[in-house]
Design a protein around this ligand. Structure first.
Ligand code: SIN
Length: 528
């Protein structure tokens, strides 16, 4: 029996939960999360939320900084929308109970700086901003009682389209923890699945970031834009057991200096804003220095700041470094770049609508035009808040016009239980390694062609295995990362220029015309 709701939200981060909270007074909402309900990128966000809140800041300056980082590819309307709504959305979060680090007496918030910002405008909760935001949103959701129902350990498999109603999205097939597949139906389906850092071998993202929303939307025939713009965070902790733990850019905002292992500070050779240059420039500079010196890492030097300040301002990072034997008050922190944020995604308009009726996308999964070719630090939690708000307004209209949908139950076909989970782990590993080696910070036509050839083979193999095997979450995720990796390569190969995060040695200059890269699957192409 299908489960019916007024809105189906896939993902429980800042965008999904904010949307659910706004819609709850108007209908019943299901929120699906692949693991526990707080497990997603929001929960790990360290930096903060960028917003114009100080007297020496202006909307124009925040807009300008965002456009500059975006390297000519931002949609100005999306940027204006986010920047101008920022303070209201942030105050709503505070009303819901989120507690941010207070400023000096007379200042509501302690505002920090990150790369590419010309003003201090990042609101934060020490170095655990996402955790505080997620806590406050979940607590607010719980107050809604039955109106917001969470389904943990539920993995969305594919979107359901009603062919008779103009390929309208009417819900999703969802894998339950017991291995059965349920049908969830709703007049509005919202992808809030976050990003796809797990496509790369090294990433700051949690394990759930397997690009599920992009992959499902692509298979359903929605337009996918700008997937070549994968942001590499310049500073993840370099330690064999640290799994690319993020070392927040706000450390550099508070005075941290990047140095070679020899002690030389090098960012002055790359950009006038030195350590606070936009992220793409810092990540490329580190990559170039590591290649030049042959070192496995560079260092971030915080030793000019007092231990008391570091412990108070960065308690999580301080403690994690200590756990790994690094005392940041007296020793530089070894750091390397790692995949961090997907700037492209499912293409949407300013209300979160995709080109499939009934399907919205918000947060990192979406390409709204805010980030262009490179995201300005701490603009992403802001985007999640603003677009959740806009999408909720649209969803109310869709709910009002939506009739009760029907859909066939999931057909397991000839699938049998697999005794070869090695296929999944091997292919998973191969994809992530080849993406790291061939589709990383610096690209070439040849490397992209190699990656494409291998991915096409892998996708064929995964497809065959997928239809023959009973579903598991690992298999669903493998199929998704294979599709997303292919989309990144496809978009990268089409962009015959260097712009923002896409840097290729074969086309080192930016072309005079800035255009989005769009990929759309032919809906008549059959099973994906
Ligand atoms: C960070 O804390 O450096 C990450 C902030 C962001 O990615 O926006």
């Amino acid at each position: 029996m299908p489960r019916h709701f007024d809105a189906l939200v896939v993902g429980g981060g800042i965008a999904g939960l904010s949307f659910a909270l706004e819609i709850a007074p108007h209908g019943r909402v299901a929120v699906l999360t692949k693991r526990s309900r707080s497990e997603g990128s929001t929960n790990y966000a360290q930096g903060g939320i960028a917003s114009v809140l100080s007297e020496d800041d202006t909307f124009e300056a925040h807009v300008e900084d965002t456009l500059t980082a975006g390297a000519g590819l931002c949609r100005r309307e999306a940027v204006e929308l986010c920047v101008r709504q920022g303070p209201s959305r942030l105050r709503e979060l505070v009303r819901l109970g989120a507690q941010f680090s207070p400023g000096k007496p007379g200042h509501e918030f302690d505002l920090t700086r990150e790369g590419g910002h010309t003003r201090r405008r990042i609101v934060h909760a020490k170095d655990m901003t996402g955790r505080e935001v997620e806590r406050a949103l979940l607590a607010a959701c719980d107050e809604q009682g039955e109106r917001i129902q969470f389904f943990e350990d539920h993995t969305s498999v594919d979107l359901i389209l009603d062919q008779r109603r103009g390929r309208r999205c009417v819900g999703a097939y969802v894998l339950r923890p017991d291995g059965e597949v349920d049908t969830f139906l709703a007049p509005v389906t919202v992808l809030a699945t976050g990003g796809s850092g797990k496509v790369y071998l090294y990433t700051t993202n949690p394990d759930v970031a397997t690009g599920d929303g992009v992959a499902m939307a692509y298979r359903a025939g929605a337009s996918i834009a700008n997937m070549e713009f994968m942001q590499f965070h310049p500073t993840a902790l370099f330690h064999p057991e640290a799994r690319s733990f993020l070392i927040s850019e706000s450390l550099r905002g508070e005075g941290g200096i990047l140095r070679l292992r020899s002690g030389e500070a090098f960012m002055g050779r790359y950009h006038p804003q030195r350590d606070l240059a936009p992220r793409d420039i810092v990540a490329r500079a580190i990559d170039a220095e590591m290649k030049r010196t042959g070192d496995d890492y560079v260092t971030l030097d915080m030793t000019a700041l007092s231990r008391a300040f570091l412990m108070e301002r960065f308690p999580n990072i301080y403690a994690t470094c200590r756990e790994h034997g690094i005392d940041m008050a007296v020793q530089p922190i070894p750091v390397v770049p790692a995949a961090h944020f997907q700037c492209g995604g499912v293409q949407t308009d300013l209300r979160g609508a995709t080109d499939l009726p009934g399907l919205l996308a918000i947060g990192e999964v979406a390409c709204t035009g805010l980030h262009g070719a490179n995201r300005l630090a701490s603009n992403s939690l802001l985007e999640g808040l603003v677009f959740a708000h806009e999408a909720a307004r649209l969803a109310r209209e869709l709910m009002a016009e939506g009739s009760l949908a029907t859909a066939p139950d999931w057909d397991p076909g000839r699938a049998v239980t697999s005794d070869e989970s090695v296929v999944v782990s091997h292919n998973w590993d191969e994809i992530r390694r080849l993406m790291w080696s061939y589709v990383g910070i610096v690209r070439t036509d040849k490397r992209l062609a190699r990656a494409r050839r291998r991915l096409e083979l892998l996708r064929d193999e995964i497809r065959a295995y997928y239809w023959d095997t009973r579903l598991t979450r690992d298999l669903v995720e493998l199929r998704n990362i294979a599709d997303v990796a292919w989309l990144v390569v496809e978009c990268a190969a089409r962009r015959q220029e260097s712009r923002g995060l896409h840097y290729t040695l074969d086309h080192a200059a930016a072309s005079p015309r800035a255009e989005e890269t769009l990929v759309r699957r032919d809906p008549r192409a059959g099973a994906a």
